[in-house]
Design a protein around this ligand. Structure first.
Ligand code: PRX
Length: 635
C-alpha cells in the first residue's frame, strides 16, 4: 500500500483539496496501485444519496483474502502475520506466518464448503480472541460466505437475535474462552441461543478451555478432526466488488440491532489505505490493536487493514488487568510493538493505577499510539501521551464508526500537530460538514453542529441487512443528500474537529455503543417493572455509565428494592450482556413526558448528572410535577 506523500500540514491541505476536487481520480489511483484484481472496475463510484445507494468499483472482481494473504506469499511467506498472545502469560505466544495463515485459512475454507456453506450464506462466529477467530473469519471471506462475528460477551438472547436476523446456517464457537481469571462457557451460551434458531443446522466447536460441553447429535462437531482431514488447497471465490463481505451488528435507537452490511472492494481499499496512513505503517513494524474482533475496530484494524498491508498484527486473548495492570506494557515490550491502538476506557482504567506499572517498561519500540471508540478526555490524553508515548509518539485520536468501515477523522502522524481531545482533520477523500438546526451547512469555524459526510467514501456500509428503508431513514433522512453520523462535533478556528458525543439515544459505555431502547426493553420484561428510561451520565473510567429510572408495578412496590436492583441487572445481563448493566437505578412514580408521550430524556440526563437547574422549558410536559419528585428522589 502506498503512503501519502505528505510531509507537513501545508502539503496535507493541498492533497486534501485535490481529493475533494477529484474524488474519483483520487480513489482510482489508490485502488489501481495497491491490490490484485481479477477484473478492473468500469466506474469508480456510482451513487444516489437520496436513495441511500452507493457502489464503488462497479463490476470489479476480487477476493479480499487473496489480497490479505496469497499475494504476500512470494516475498514474505515466512513473515509473521499474526502473533497470538494468550490470556495466561505463562502460555507461549504463537507466531503464525503468512504461509501458515494461508494453509489454515484454506483448510478452514474447505471445511466450511464440506459443511455445505456456499457463497452468500451467513456464518455466525462466536469465538474468543484466539487465532481460530481470525482464521474462521478469513475462511468465510475466501469462499464468499458472509461472516457475522458476534462479540463473545453477548448473552444467548442477544446472539439469538443476531443469528435469526441474518438467518445464519452455521455457527462457529468454542468450548469456552479465557478472560483474566474467568472462564466463559461459550458453547453453553450457543446451546441456549439455538433453542430459538431453526436456521442453524451445524455448529463447529473449537477446543480451547477443555470445558465439558454437550454436543448435540447431528448438529455439533469438533472442528479439529475436520481440519485434520481437510484438503490443503483452496481456490478463492471470485467476488463482485459489491458482494457483501460481512454483517456486523450495532445498536440503534430502537430495539432491534442493525446488521450493517459491508461489501468487498470498497471496504478492502478503505481499510488498507487508512491503516497504512493513520498508523504510519512500515515493513517490519509490529502493530497491536487491543480491540476484540467482535467489534468493527477488530475487523478493520486487527484483521483486514493490517493483513492487506502484509503487516504483523497481534491478537490478544486477555484483559489489561490480568495478571496485573502492567500486562499491556509488558506485551508491548515483549513483542517490540511499534503501533499501539486502544480505547480511552482502557487508558482511564490504567491511569488510575500506580505509575510504576507503566514506568517499569521503557516502551522504546513504540512509534505511534492511537485511541478509538469514544471521546478521549484531556486528562487521559495527557497520561497516554506522557507515560505511554513519552511525548515522542503522536497520539492519533481516530474518529469513525461501524458504519464508516474505517477511520475518517484523525491526525496523520508526524504531519498533523495533535491537540488533546481533538480528532483533528479529515483524511484525504473524506468530506465532513457541520449542519445547523435548520439543516443548513455551516461554513465558518468555531462552531458546533451535527456531523455529516457529504460525499461517499469506499468504506461506507451499504445497507442494513434486510431493511434498506431503516438504513435510509437512519442515515440519510435527517439531512437529505448527506450521511448523518449521529454525532455532534465542534470545529475550532483552524478547522480541527472535536467529537462531542451522540445526539441520538445511543450511549457509549466503555467504548461500546449501546442503544437505550434495547436495555429499556430488557428491564420492562421484569415482572415487577411497568416502565423505564435509561440515560448516560459521565463516569471517570467508562466515559459514560448508565442510569435507569424505573417505574414499578403495584406488585413491585411491595418488593425489596435491593433485590429488585440485582434482578433487573441480571435481566439485562441475560438479554444483552454484562456490558449493558446499570450503574444506578432510581425508582420513580412517573417519567417526564411530552404531550405526544415521548420521554424527555434531556431532563433525565441532567438529573442523572446531578445538575438540578436549567431544565429549560418544562411547561410543555404532560406531567411537569414529576420533575421535582425525581429530583428530590435523587438528592
Ligand atoms: O460517537 C462516536 C464514538 O463511537 C461511535 C461509533 O461507535 P461504533 O460504531 O461502536 O464504532 C466504534 C469504533 C470505531 C461514534 O459515532 N467514537 C468513535 N471514535 C471516537 C468517538 N467519539 C469521539 N472520539 C473518537 N475518536
Amino acid at each position: 500500500m502506498s503512503r501519502y506523500k505528505i510531509n507537513n500540514l501545508e502539503e496535507y491541505f493541498k492533497e486534501y483539496k485535490k481529493s475533494v476536487r477529484e474524488p474519483k481520480k483520487f480513489w482510482d489511483k489508490i485502488a489501481s496501485e495497491n491490490f490484485t484484481w481479477y477484473q478492473q472496475w468500469d466506474k469508480v463510484v456510482d451513487f444516489n444519496l437520496a436513495e441511500a445507494e452507493v457502489k464503488w468499483f462497479t463490476e470489479a472482481k476480487v477476493n479480499i483474502t487473496k489480497n490479505c494473504i496469497d499475494r504476500h506469499l512470494a516475498k514474505k511467506g515466512d513473515k509473521t502475520a499474526i502473533i497470538f498472545e494468550p490470556n495466561d502469560p505463562a502460555e507461549e505466544a504463537q507466531h503464525i506466518s503468512y504461509n501458515d495463515l494461508h494453509l489454515r485459512v484454506s483448510k478452514m475454507a474447505n471445511v466450511l464448503k464440506e459443511q455445505g456453506v456456499n457463497k452468500g450464506d451467513r456464518v455466525c462466529i462466536y469465538l474468543p480472541m484466539i487465532p481460530e477467530l481470525a482464521v474462521a473469519t478469513l475462511a468465510c471471506a475466501r469462499i464468499g460466505a458472509i461472516h457475522s462475528v458476534v462479540f463473545a460477551g453477548f448473552s444467548a438472547s442477544a446472539v439469538a437475535t443476531r443469528i435469526k436476523d441474518s438467518e445464519c446456517k452455521i455457527v462457529i464457537t468454542s468450548d469456552g474462552g479465557y478472560r483474566g481469571n474467568k472462564t466463559i462457557d461459550l458453547k453453553e451460551i450457543i446451546d441456549e441461543a439455538l433453542t430459538e434458531c431453526d436456521c442453524v443446522k451445524t455448529v463447529l466447536v473449537v477446543k480451547r478451555t477443555n470445558n465439558a460441553v454437550t454436543m448435540k447429535e447431528g448438529r455439533d462437531q469438533w472442528l479439529q478432526p475436520l481440519l485434520d482431514v481437510a484438503l490443503e488447497n483452496n481456490v478463492a471465490e471470485i467476488m463482485d466488488a459489491e458482494d457483501p463481505l460481512f454483517i456486523l451488528y450495532t445498536s440503534g435507537s430502537t430495539g432491534k440491532p442493525k446488521g450493517m452490511v459491508h461489501t468487498t472492494a470498497g471496504y478492502m481499499v478503505y481499510t488498507a489505505y487508512t491503516f497504512k496512513n493513520v498508523f504510519n505503517y512500515e515493513e517490519n513494524d509490529v502493530y497491536w490493536c487491543t480491540a476484540d474482533i467482535g467489534w468493527i475496530t477488530g475487523h478493520s484494524y486487527i484483521l483486514y487493514g493490517p493483513l492487506l498491508n502484509g503487516a504483523t498484527t497481534v491478537i490478544f486473548e486477555g484483559v489489561p488487568s490480568y495478571p496485573d495492570y502492567s500486562r499491556f506494557w509488558e506485551i508491548i515490550e515483549k513483542h517490540h510493538i511499534t503501533q499501539f491502538y486502544t480505547a480511552p476506557t482502557a487508558i482511564r482504567a490504567l491511569a488510575k493505577e500506580s505509575l510504576d506499572y507503566v514506568q517499569k517498561f521503557p516502551l522504546k519500540s513504540l512509534k505511534v499510539i492511537g485511541s478509538v471508540g469514544e471521546p478521549i478526555n484531556e486528562e487521559a490524553w495527557h497520561w497516554y501521551n506522557d507515560h505511554v508515548g513519552d511525548k515522542r509518539c503522536p497520539v492519533v485520536d481516530t474518529w469513525w464508526q461501524t458504519e464508516t468501515g474505517g477511520i475518517m477523522i484523525s491526525p496523520i502522524p508526524f504531519v498533523t500537530p495533535t491537540k488533546p481531545t481533538y480528532a483533528t482533520l479529515p483524511l484525504p477523500g473524506i468530506q465532513p460538514v457541520l449542519m445547523d438546526e435548520k439543516r443548513n451547512e455551516i461554513e465558518e469555524n468555531q462552531v458546533v453542529g451535527s456531523l455529516c459526510i457529504k460525499f461517499p467514501w469506499p468504506g461506507i456500509a451499504r445497507t442494513i441487512w434486510g431493511d434498506h428503508q431503516r438504513y435510509k431513514d437512519t442515515y440519510f433522512s435527517a439531512f437529505p443528500g448527506k450521511y448523518f453520523t449521529g454525532d455532534g462535533a465542534l470545529r475550532d478556528e483552524v478547522g480541527y474537529y472535536r467529537i462531542t458525543g451522540r445526539v441520538d439515544d445511543v450511549v457509549i459505555v466503555s467504548g461500546h455503543n449501546l442503544g437505550t431502547a434495547p436495555i429499556e426493553d430488557a428491564i420492562n420484561e421484569h415482572p415487577a417493572v411497568a416502565e423505564s428510561a435509561i440515560v448516560g451520565f459521565p463516569h471517570d473510567v467508562k466515559g459514560n455509565a448508565l442510569y435507569g429510572f424505573v417505574i414499578l408495578k403495584e406488585t413491585g412496590e411491595q418488593r425489596d428494592r435491593n433485590n429488585l436492583i440485582k434482578e433487573i441487572n441480571q435481566q439485562i445481563s441475560n438479554q444483552i450482556g454484562p456490558i449493558a448493566k446499570l450503574d444506578k437505578i432510581q425508582f420513580v412514580s412517573g417519567l417526564p413526558k411530552t404531550r405526544s408521550g415521548k420521554i424527555m430524556r434531556r431532563i433525565l440526563r441532567k438529573i442523572a448528572e446531578g445538575e438540578f437547574d436549567n431544565f429549560g422549558d418544562i411547561t410543555t410536559l404532560l406531567n411537569p410535577e414529576i420533575v421535582e419528585e425525581i429530583k428530590q428522589g435523587k438528592i
